[in-house]
Write a protein that binds this ligand. Structure first.
Ligand SMILES: [Zn+2]
Length: 341
């Protein structure tokens, strides 16, 4: 085969391999896919550290990360900070892969969150797509792909992937169920789609290798569900008073809208943040003094479908991101409160 498929792994945290990712279906003309709960706070600056690589390889990474930066309200800072959110290895024996969105924050700082074992075409842009929270387009259940499973498993068992059957199933054959994805239509031009030949499918669907972001990729990451230029950002959070007498009332007015809060912990201690009301939200806590340092996330630990986080915090400023998890309407009222225990 002249154009041998090289596949990418969107790395799943071990504890999440056992359960479906929490994702949400959104109505309308959204095409790319984002598992819910993996997005960074809108407007974040993500620092990048190279763990090796030649100047040429690093230049490709900078350039292709920049494609997303042009579209989305995110900034990449290639400052090689030791505690950078994104840490890139260039191990040619380890394929190309990345953790997805804020999962990068759960990886020990001495380990990569992304590997660029090859940099053909738009591979680097594809991996940065994972790093900002996008999933694989070829797993879109709306794609209409009927895999020839045996052919796929056989081919991926050979060089350069050497995957066993379970890995091939996870990375290629498994589809996100419709209510787990944040997108409705299959985009054959997406950078998040990988090249594969028609012999891999039973209904003759093949893909081409996409080497640049598609119009829909750009539209999606700039949309309300990902990183819009307007709306809440880390520089304009709503302040929460600790142990306030009244809960702060809020409302998700639109699908995919993100609400952002901050509070200042005056001293070290145990804090409790929760939501109340009929609205099913997903909550993430970042800090101290950093909107990208993920501390905890929660969906349903609170009352009914509300979110609840208990955390031991040092003094400093914290950020709370609230997004919706509602398959039917995706909006509604809720209240939020932070308490020092
Ligand atoms: Zn991938």
């Amino acid at each position: 085969m002249a154009n041998k498929p090289k596949f990418c792994i969107d790395r799943i945290l071990p504890h999440e391999a056992l359960r479906p990712q929490h994702t949400v279906r959104l109505r309308g003309a959204t095409r790319a896919m984002a598992p819910i709960g993996k997005t960074w706070i809108n407007g974040s600056t993500l620092r990048v550290r190279f763990l090796g690589g030649t100047p040429d390889e690093q230049a490709i990474a900078r350039e292709q990360a920049g494609w997303w930066q042009q579209a989305a309200n995110l900034t990449f800072d290639f400052n090689n900070a030791t505690n950078a959110e994104i840490r890139i290895a260039f191990d040619s024996s380890d394929g190309a892969w990345s953790y997805v969105g804020t999962d990068c924050r759960k990886i020990p700082l001495n380990q990569p969150t992304m590997n660029l074992g090859f940099l053909d075409g738009g591979t680097t842009a594809h991996e940065f797509g994972h790093a900002i929270g996008l999933a694989h387009e070829h797993q879109n259940p709306r794609g209409g792909i009927q895999w020839n499973e045996q052919a796929v498993i056989e081919e991926l068992g050979k060089s350069p992937n050497f995957w066993d059957e379970a890995t091939a199933r996870h990375n290629v054959l498994r589809k996100y169920s419709v209510d787990q994805i944040n997108g409705t239509e299959f985009d054959p031009d997406s950078i998040m789609l990988y090249f594969f030949p028609a012999s891999w499918t039973r209904n003759g669907i093949a893909t081409k290798a996409n080497e640049v972001l598609s119009a829909m990729d750009k539209q999606f990451v700039a949309g309300a569900k990902m990183y819009p230029r307007t709306g809440a950002t880390a520089t304009s959070p709503v302040a929460l008073e600790i142990n306030a007498k009244r809960r702060t009332a809020a409302s998700i007015g639109k699908y995919g809208e993100e609400d952002l809060y901050s509070f200042t912990a005056p001293r070290d201690g145990r804090y409790r943040i929760d939501t109340r009301g009929p609205t099913d939200v997903v909550m993430k806590l970042f800090g101290p003094n950093s909107p990208t340092a993920l501390i905890a996330e929660d969906d349903d630990s609170g009352i009914d479908t509300n979110a609840l986080i208990h955390a031991d915090l040092t003094a400093g400023q914290y950020f709370v991101q609230v997004r919706h998890y509602n398959r039917a309407s995706g909006k509604g009222r809720y209240s939020i409160k932070v308490q020092r225990l």
